[in-house]
Write a protein that binds this ligand. Sequence first.
Ligand SMILES: [Zn+2]
Length: 253
Amino acid sequence: MRVILYAKPTIKVSEVVEYLSKKIKQHCVEFAGDFLEKYPPSNIDRLSHEIARIRVLNPNKEFEYNDVTYGEIQFEKKVLERKISPHGILYDGFMLQYIYRELIPLDKRSLEQVHIIFTDRLFGTFDEVDRRYHSRVILLGYPSLISTTGIVEAPAKPREFYIQKILLGHDPLAYEEIKEQFRGRFIDHGDPRMEEVLKGYAMQAVFYQVFNEAFCDNKICRLYNSHWQEEVINSQFTEPEFCKKHRQMAKSL
Ligand SMILES: [Zn+2]
């Protein structure tokens, strides 16, 4: 089996590649650079259009394709050309995964190849129970997608953080002050701990494809499906790395 990681140059993953290479001994781990440079779309305008159509405009509504404007297509094209970042936009995760999957050549789409794409796009999935979209850090599947923006945005910050935020209103300076007050208790943009967190999520993607094992219920395990930032920090930074069961399984990788 081959584990292939993709990331734009703006997303640092060298430590993640090194970590996986150490953990995975039976299989080959490689870094293939920017996914879209490795598998460029045959028509960038069409791809920009397809991506603009899967933006989530109303998080309280189930997925449907959007009617898109020329400006939105041009925006997505600039994102694909790495001229701007897709900051502030939520995409439907399953549709994004489908678009990426279609770009992987057929001979590279086999269960012997684990494709993991690190992206700065924020994606979400629609929850049938509470009937709304939730942003996600990871979408397991083919390929697995891991969002650096999702690590910051998806797991909730400490409850007190939101209370403080409400009390202080919308003043951006006050917001920075609250962030300072809670520093260390959540992962922020440009956080030096980002790569360490990515390692754990990359392992989730590997476990999913190799063992068909999705998440773990044990809060100390790196495979734990964290809903809170403090759970992310707890599961990704404290020893032991994995619960007993997953430690055993990791040894056979
Ligand atoms: Zn576990």
